[in-house]
Design a protein around this ligand. Sequence first.
Ligand code: NAI
Length: 330
Amino acid sequence: MHTITLINGDGIGPEISKAVVDIIEASGLHINWDIQTAGADVIEQEGSPLPDRVLESIKRNKIALKAPVTTPIGKGFRSVNVQLRKALDLYANLRPCKNLPNVKTRFDNVDIVVVRENTEDLYAGIERQVDENTAESIKIITRKASDRICRFAFDYALKNNRNEVCCVTKANIMKLSDGLFLDTYREVAKEYPQIKTREILVDNLCMQLVQNPSQFDVLVLPNLYGDIVSDLCAGLIGGLGVAQGANIGTDYAVFEPVHGSAPDIKGQNKANPTALLLSAIEMLKYIGETTYAEKIEKALFKTLENGICTADLGGCASTTEFTGAVIDNL
Ligand code: NAI
């Protein structure tokens, strides 16, 4: 039996976590959940939103499913997400973006996987105030980090029967930093002759994505462009309630939805569990439980095809009604 860390989060976290745990259990797959609380709620007793026991649990189990946690503003605590990524060296941010049945969007043939480098670029946070009127941020790109993220993208493409990995940069302007990322991509690509290559500048990519997104397959990007483009792609498939994600490293992987803890609808039985469920489906595929992953995915799609959805997607089902419908379709 798999033992997996479950960070059930706060805000809507506990509601959607319960939904996903119930659906997985109903599929016939028994998972031993190592439940760990984190976030604003634990600060008072434990002095940190991410106590050591949470990291120890993930290090023990290797895999975690994480619901959103609230990051308290202005209390000097770093975001739980940023801390997790750093402490576990989760260098790849994976965001599969695919249209879902009955979720109305501008385009109906989107199937893009965004692979974002998660550890460096302008997000390394190296900044200084040069003088009163000038600030400076340093963009770090290394061959080591570029190599492993490009390799991750090509390996993902191979394993998931994708045809192309497109490298996104602004190498025409940032010739050294983005140039190094692009150069590394070209080197790595030589080892994957089965996968098509493509290079595009990030501004052109954005225009093409909002005009004709179906031309793209797997995208690999440095951190900053990846952050922006992955939200653009989430918008293409219906927004926060359906956008899944994962942070993956060599030793550990944390699967989590893109959205936050949605305090405005907390405790109202309104939250859409789809994004966390899709993240869990990707997690099951990752640990080799493909049959259960596909079974749950089919039940989710059938529920949406039947017009059952939560309010964020224009429906009237509550979280528990939606969960019940997915379970019935299993
Ligand atoms: P948010 O994503 O929580 O909410 C934005 C809007 O989308 C709200 O109107 C919310 O009701 C709606 N929404 C989000 N998820 C939904 C769902 N599953 N079903 C239905 N509606 C949904 O973003 P916000 O308000 O900026 O952040 C709230 C808190 O979450 C903050 O403390 C922030 O730091 C934290 N956060 C945590 C993340 C994580 O743990 N991965 C990621 C993003 C934000």
